[in-house]
Design a protein around this ligand. Structure first.
Ligand code: AMP
Ligand code: MG
Length: 300
């Protein structure tokens, strides 16, 4: 078991983009399972269970320590498994210490603000884990693939220029650096699914009545822009992979594999903070003693 645990931690490290200049999305095979085969699936599932237990403990210390915040960002094409990965990785964690925020098409109030605003509002407090299911990165993805979306934004025309994408990357890097310097540990996951696997999953949504609700014909339209999206993802990853807010590009054609790698990456990152429960001072020991005396000598 330990062998698998260590292997997944190693894999998580491997999928972290450490040399953004030479990063090429084509080098990551969505079908990759890190050398594991179908027969290893049960062991991979055990890794996920173990990592979940570990995460629960880590989250408790995180909460007690009350200094760091954890921000996990998930981006992917439709049906890559964002929702289910988030669900699997976070079940087991105390719901009071964790909040998931999803970002869809901006509404009228959101359109009245700068593009980070709605995400800033959802940043995790110290001691908590915040999960973004999509994020401000959509502003360099869907908005870039569909120029009419940018056209429709209430940004002054003079800023709607060719350099806008580079400017957004710069703003995002600066923003994430700011968060990191304020004690936010940021991990970003791109779940990399293949076009064929997406097709299978979208068809499954049509075939299975209980999955029908998830089907959105728009996903099929977006799929036709697959290569534009891949180019945007690649550039986004190259431009915003930093030491303080790394991207992990995780193969996503096999869900059992994706989930265990993500859980291992999160576990490893929080572990590296070396968090400790706050130590009691001398006067705290006094308080504990007094509390015990009071409780034990209480009149019924
Ligand atoms: P879902 O995650 O399936 O509920 O879909 C949410 C949709 O909102 C996706 O199609 C996203 O591309 C879209 N979306 C998210 N953020 C933005 C944004 N800033 N501008 C336009 N569309 C967005
Ligand atoms: Mg969707």
């Amino acid at each position: 078991m330990k062998i698998y645990r260590d292997l997944f931690k190693k894999l998580a490290h491997q999928y972290r983009v450490s040399d953004p200049d030479s990063f090429n999305l084509k080098d990551v095979d969505p079908k990759d399972t890190g050398g594991l085969e179908g027969g290893d699936k049960d062991e991979a599932k055990k890794v996920l269970e173990d990592a979940k237990h570990e995460l629960r403990d880590l989250q408790n210390v995180l909460y007690a320590d009350d200094k760091w915040s954890i921000l996990l960002i998930f981006q992917a094409m439709d049906a890559a498994g964002k929702d289910s990965t988030i669900e699997h990785v976070m079940t087991g964690i105390n719901p009071q210490g964790c909040q998931v925020s999803s970002f869809g098409v901006p509404g009228p109030e959101e359109m009245e603000h700068d593009f980070m605003w709605r995400c800033i509002n959802k940043l995790p407090q110290r001691g908590r884990i915040g999960i973004f299911n999509r994020s401000y990165y959509e502003e360099t993805l869907v908005v870039r693939v569909h120029p009419q979306i940018l056209e429709g934004q209430k940004l002054p025309d003079q800023f709607k220029r060719e350099e806008i994408w580079q400017e957004r990357f710069e703003d995002i890097r600066n923003f994430e650096k700011y968060l990191a310097r304020n004690g936010t540990l940021i991990l970003k996951f791109f779940l990399h699914v293949s076009k064929e696997e997406q097709k299978k999953r979208l068809l499954r949504r049509l075939d299975r009545p209980e999955k029908n609700w998830k089907f959105n014909v728009n996903d099929v339209h977006e799929r036709q822009l697959w290569y534009n999206y891949q180019m945007c993802y690649e550039e986004m990853i190259k431009e915003t992979s930093t030491e303080y807010a790394p991207w992990f590009v995780i193969p996503a054609d096999h869900k059992w594999f994706t989930r265990s790698v993500v859980a291992s990456a999160v576990e490893q990152a929080i572990e590296s903070l070396n968090l400790q429960y706050p130590r009691l001072e001398h006067h705290d020991h006094e308080k504990i003693k007094r509390g015990r005396d009071l409780l034990e000598n209480e009149d019924d």
